[in-house]
Design a protein. Structure first.
Length: 442
C-alpha cells in the first residue's frame, strides 16, 4: 500500500482532496443548511474554510513532519546518533459528530491519512446530506483500501467498535466516549476522545462588559449553541450582573433581530429529540430573555436564564444548545465551589482586565483550553493543541500535533562500531564503584 511509505503519494492524494472540496464547496454548504439550517457564513467560517486551511498546511508541511527527527544522544551510548521515527499505526477508525459534521470528520481524516494510515470514517447519521457529500468526495479521491466512508446509525457504529483497530478517534458526548473507550480497551487500542463538558465563562468586576457580551453572544449562539467549546454558563461578579444582562440582550437583538426565528443567521437544533431535551430544561419562571420554542421546526430562541441552583436540570449536564444560564458570585472563593461541582471542562473563558485574576484562574483550574477576554477562538490556532482533560477527553490534535496523534513514535539509536566501552559487560567485578560515579556524573 503505497500511501504507507510514499510521502509524495500522500501529498498528491491530499491535493486531490483539496481540489474536490473546493469544487464541491457549494454542495457542502447546501447540505449543512439542509441538515439543520446552518447559515452559509457559519458553514464557510467553521467548516469548509477550516478544512481547506488544514489541508493546505498539511500538504505544505507533510515532508518535514514525517522526517525522522534527530535528538541529542545519551552519553551512555557514546558514540551514537539517536532519532525519532514516525510510522502509521495502521487501521484507524474515526467516528465523527453531527454538530460540525464536515469539519470534525475531515480534519482528523486528513491527519490520519497524512500519517500513512488506512482510514475508516463513520460520519453522523443525524446529518445525512452532509454525510452523503462527504462519502461522494472521498469516493472520488481515494481507493477503498485507503479511505472508506461507512454511513449508518448507532448499530453500524456498534459493529465497527467490535472490530479490531490500531487507533480510534472519537468526537462526541461523554456518555458515548465511555462506550468507545471500553471497546478500545478490549484490544488495548489507543484512542483519542474529544468530548465536552460544562464550560464556565467567568466575568469579574474589571471586565469590559459590552465587549464581553458581544463575544459571548457570538461564542454561545453560533451553530445554535451546539458547540462543544461554547460557554455553558456565566459566572459573573454579582454587582455586574444587571448591566451585563442588558448588554447581552442588546447583542442578541443586534445579531439575530427582534424575532430570531426569522433570522437567516441562526441555525436550528439538530432534531426534535434534542429540541425536546432542551425545552424540558427551561423553567419559564427563570427566563429573563428569549425562551420561545417551536419543536416542529427544531427552533429554540437564544435564551437567558437567571439561575440560582446548581441542582437544576439545566446545570446538571452540558447544555449543548442556545440556552445560557447566568450565575453570580460575590467572593472569589465561590468560583471554586461552583467549579468543584463539575468534571474538568473542555474550555474555560475569563473576562477580566486584572492579569493577576486571569492568571489565577488559568493556574487554579484544570481544563482543556480557553481564552482570556474572548470565547472559542483558541480553536482556530493550529499551533495550539486542542483537546480535553479528564471527562472532557484525552489526547489532542491540530496542525503538526494532528500528524503526531496518528503516528507511532519509534526511538532508534544508531551506534557506531569504532568504539566499544567494556564497562557495561560482565563480569562486573571491581566495576560497581566506577559505574556509580559515572552514572552520578551523568
Amino acid at each position: 500500500m503505497e500511501y504507507k511509505t510514499n510521502i509524495t503519494f500522500r501529498k498528491e492524494a491530499l491535493t486531490k482532496l483539496l481540489n474536490a472540496i473546493i469544487i464541491h464547496e457549494n454542495e457542502i454548504i447546501e447540505a449543512l443548511h439542509f441538515d439543520f439550517k446552518k447559515p452559509a457564513f457559519e458553514a464557510v467560517l467553521t467548516e469548509t474554510s477550516y478544512v481547506i486551511s488544514e489541508l493546505k498546511e498539511t500538504i505544505k508541511n507533510l515532508s518535514s513532519w514525517a522526517r525522522p527527527r534527530r535528538v541529542f544522544p545519551s552519553l551512555l551510548n557514546f558514540p551514537s546518533k539517536d532519532y525519532i521515527y514516525k510510522e502509521p499505526y495502521g487501521k484507524v477508525l474515526i467516528i465523527a459528530p453531527w454538530n460540525y459534521p464536515f469539519q470534525l470528520a475531515l480534519c482528523p481524516l486528513i491527519s490520519a491519512f497524512a500519517a500513512g494510515n488506512q482510514v475508516v470514517l463513520k460520519p453522523s447519521e443525524l446529518t445525512p446530506k452532509t454525510s452523503e457529500i462527504i462519502a461522494k468526495i472521498i469516493a472520488q479521491v481515494f481507493q477503498e483500501n485507503e479511505v472508506n466512508v461507512i454511513e449508518g446509525g448507532v448499530e453500524v457504529a456498534q459493529k465497527l467498535l467490535l472490530e479490531r483497530w490500531d487507533y480510534i478517534f472519537f468526537t462526541g458526548s461523554v456518555a458515548v466516549g465511555k462506550i468507545v473507550a471500553k471497546a478500545a480497551a478490549e484490544n488495548l487500542t489507543p484512542v483519542t476522545l474529544e468530548l465536552g463538558g460544562k464550560n464556565p465563562c467567568i466575568i469579574d468586576e474589571t471586565a469590559n462588559l459590552k465587549l464581553a457580551a458581544k463575544r459571548i453572544v457570538w461564542g454561545k449562539f453560533i451553530n445554535a449553541g451546539q458547540t462543544c467549546i461554547a460557554p455553558d454558563y456565566i459566572l459573573i461578579q454579582k454587582d455586574m450582573k444587571t448591566h451585563f444582562i442588558d448588554f447581552v440582550k442588546e447583542e442578541i437583538t443586534n445579531a439575530y433581530g427582534e424575532n430570531p426565528i426569522e433570522s437567516p443567521d441562526f441555525a436550528r437544533i439538530i432534531n426534535t429529540k434534542n429540541c425536546q431535551r432542551l425545552i424540558s430544561k427551561i423553567e419559564p419562571e427563570k427566563v429573563i430573555f428569549g425562551g420561545q420554542t417551536d419543536i416542529n421546526h427544531c427552533y429554540i430562541a437564544p435564551t437567558l436564564i437567571e439561575e440560582t441552583s446548581l441542582e437544576s436540570d439545566l446545570m446538571k449536564d452540558e447544555i449543548f444548545g442556545p440556552i445560557l444560564p447566568i450565575l453570580t458570585y460575590e467572593k472569589e472563593a465561590e468560583i471554586g465551589v461552583v467549579m468543584a461541582k463539575y468534571e474538568k471542562p473542555l474550555a474555560l473563558y475569563i473576562f477580566s482586565e486584572n492579569r493577576i485574576f486571569s492568571k489565577k484562574m488559568i493556574q487554579n483550574y484544570s481544563f482543556g483550553g480557553g481564552c482570556v477576554n474572548d470565547t472559542m477562538v483558541h480553536f482556530s490556532n493550529n499551533r495550539l493543541p486542542f483537546g480535553g482533560v479528564g471527562h472532557s477527553g484525552n489526547g489532542a490534535y491540530h496542525g503538526s500535533l494532528s500528524f503526531d496523534t496518528f503516528s507511532h513514535k519509534k526511538g532508534i539509536v544508531k551506534k557506531s562500531n569504532f568504539l566499544d566501552l567494556p564497562m557495561r559487560y560482565a563480569p562486573y567485578k571491581d566495576k560497581l564503584g566506577t559505574i556509580k560515579k559515572l552514572l552520578k556524573w551523568l
